[in-house]
Design a protein around this ligand. Structure first.
Ligand SMILES: NC(=O)c1ccc[n+]([C@@H]2O[C@H](COP(=O)([O-])OP(=O)(O)OC[C@H]3O[C@@H](n4cnc5c(N)ncnc54)[C@H](OP(=O)(O)O)[C@@H]3O)[C@@H](O)[C@H]2O)c1
Length: 247
């Protein structure tokens, strides 16, 4: 028996990186997969093709998670196409790094909108469907940076810390409807988001990680699979680090 057989999952920001791997692992485990992308149109279309191999229903949507109206439309479209939504992984995220003294208002607003407001947008829209179903799962992608802070990432850290407070509140509000809400806090994971970093800085970080390596997207996807499945039926309101012991 596959862990997500018969479930419909939405993964935001799945054109690459962690979101892409989550989409693959979920489809492999029997889930019907709806996913979003924004600027990487070709990669999004390629993923839709690739996921067909798992034999479940799959569809990619070009949708900006930071826009309230687009998020509402997305959930309406998914319910029309798939019939329902059982699992949501709020994964879409960006960085626009800079020290506070040089951080522009635009870079602050963009990161908060894409990383944090998006989680409000999608959760609000999808929770209406889940409340009617009296079941559902939210998995929201934070970061160890949201817990410990990072010089040059005040906007990113604030957005990721905000996700923790939001998720713990929603877990309390929606628990009585059998809707679970948890947070995954990855450490340093090899994706396009992190490949821009100076290799010397990366080597320094890796040396400080107890497991002595960077994480892979699959490390994060496997924890999301556990949280999405009934194996985690009694887990809600938690923050699960996936960081090789970094925190
Ligand atoms: N990599 C790490 O070390 C690490 C550590 C901790 C937390 N995280 C978090 O994990 C998540 C995934 O990170 P990643 O490393 O996989 O990043 P990535 O490779 O840069 O992928 C980011 C994804 O988000 C999508 N996206 C960006 N803005 C969007 C928007 N407005 N609406 C919808 N989708 C949007 C991108 O789609 P398009 O390219 O199509 O625009 C892309 O698919 C992020 O929330 C990130 O903050 C990553």
């Amino acid at each position: 028996m596959k862990l997500l057989e018969g479930k419909t999952a939405l993964i935001t920001g799945a054109s690459k990186g962690i979101g892409r791997k989550i989409a693959e692992v979920f489809a492999q485990q029997g889930a019907n997969v709806a996913f979003t992308y924004l600027s990487s149109v070709e990669k999004g279309q390629a993923l839709e093709q690739e996921l067909q191999a798992f034999g479940t229903q799959v569809k990619g949507y070009r949708s900006d998670a930071s826009k309230f109206d687009q998020a509402e439309q997305l959930i309406t479209d998914i319910v029309a196409d798939f019939g329902t939504v059982d699992i949501v992984v709020n994964n879409a995220g960006i960085t626009k790094d800079g020290l506070l003294m040089r951080m522009t208002e635009e870079n602050w607003d963009d990161v908060i909108d894409v990383n944090l407001k998006s989680v409000f947008n999608i959760t609000k829209a999808a929770s209406k469907v889940m409340m009617k179903n009296r079941k559902g799962v939210f998995i929201n992608m934070s970061s160890v940076v949201g817990v410990q802070g990072n010089a040059g990432q005040a906007n990113y850290a604030a957005s990721k810390a905000g996700i923790v407070g939001f998720s713990k509140s929603v877990a309390k509000e929606l628990g009585s409807r059998n809707i679970r809400t948890n947070v995954v806090a990855p450490g340093f994971i090899r994706t396009e988001m992190t490949e821009v970093l100076d290799p010397k800085v990366v080597a320094g970080w890796e040396a400080g990680i107890p497991l002595k390596r960077a994480g892979e997207a699959e490390d994060v996807a496997n924890v999301c699979l556990f949280l999405a499945s009934d194996l985690a039926a009694y887990v809600t309101g938690q923050v699960i680090p996936v960081d090789g012991g970094m925190l």
